[in-house]
Design a protein around this ligand. Structure first.
Ligand code: DC
Length: 232
């Protein structure tokens, strides 16, 4: 059937434009877009606000116990053309993108109990298909049966440069070297953690976008979607 809805799983390194791509695809196809990284960021923000991270080390037990107090929701913002993330009804979209959250999120995302809760929530969102989700373990753990899996990457320097410009545009004080360090540090933790490490699913297509424009990536992906939906 030509217009059958599918699940599109996009995984890859941090700051390689996964969410921008995922968002555009969802818009083109009229699919739901879920940024799974935002969920780990919300938990990190909650931990920071409640003093549950000391010198970069999360208080595992207290944080796990606090999970029941964290309700994460997304709302599509028509005006901004993107999803807004809420923590217990409060719009935290901007706060979760701050460097302090980026610097603390990787250790939080290594905690198995937290991952378990997030994955449960992520799967609920995919029950009706017609969804694009980006993250680190979407094609391997969350939706191993996704019809289309893409593994995105780009060189660390190019990713740091993109994030640098993005934060500067938002008026944040940032320096390139700490961003590069953050990107490399997160690659290291994300790829080597014990639970659900970032790794390409065997059946994921690789998209290295170091030298590709957004339009080129979108075109490439939409072609893949077309091929798949015509086949199933
Ligand atoms: O995509 P992002 O940079 O917003 O993700 C924030 C962090 O969350 C990143 O360090 C890795 C982690 N993450 C994860 O472990 N699993 C996911 N599915 C998504 C993100």
């Amino acid at each position: 059937m030509a217009n059958k809805k599918i699940i599109i799983a996009i995984d890859g390194h941090s700051s390689c434009g996964k969410s921008t791509m995922a968002k555009s695809i969802a818009q083109e196809l009229g699919y739901i877009y879920i940024d799974s990284g935002a969920m780990y960021r919300v938990v990190t923000l909650y931990a920071l606000r409640n003093g549950l991270i000391n010198n970069g080390v999360p208080d595992r037990e207290k944080l796990i116990a606090g999970l029941k107090n964290i309700k994460i929701t997304f709302k599509w913002d028509e005006f901004l053309g993107k999803n807004t993330t809420f923590l217990n009804g409060e719009n935290v979209e901007e706060e979760i993108r701050r460097l302090e959250v980026s610097e603390n999120v990787s250790p939080i995302s290594t905690i198995a109990e937290i991952r378990h809760e997030m994955v449960k929530h992520q799967r609920e969102n995919g029950l009706n298909k017609g969804i694009v989700m980006d993250g680190r373990d979407i094609g391997t753990v969350v939706f191993p049966n996704a019809e289309l899996k893409i593994f995105m990457t780009a060189s660390p320097e190019i990713r740091a440069q993109r994030r640098f410009l993005e934060l500067k545009e938002k008026g944040q004080e940032v320096d390139f070297d700490s961003i590069l360090q953050n990107v490399e540090g997160r690659d290291e933790i994300d790829s080597n953690r014990e639970v659900s490490p970032l790794k390409r699913a065997d059946d994921a297509l690789i998209l290295d976008n170091s030298y590709l424009s957004r339009e080129e990536q979108l075109k490439w992906t939409l072609e893949k979607v077309k091929e798949i939906t015509e086949r199933i």
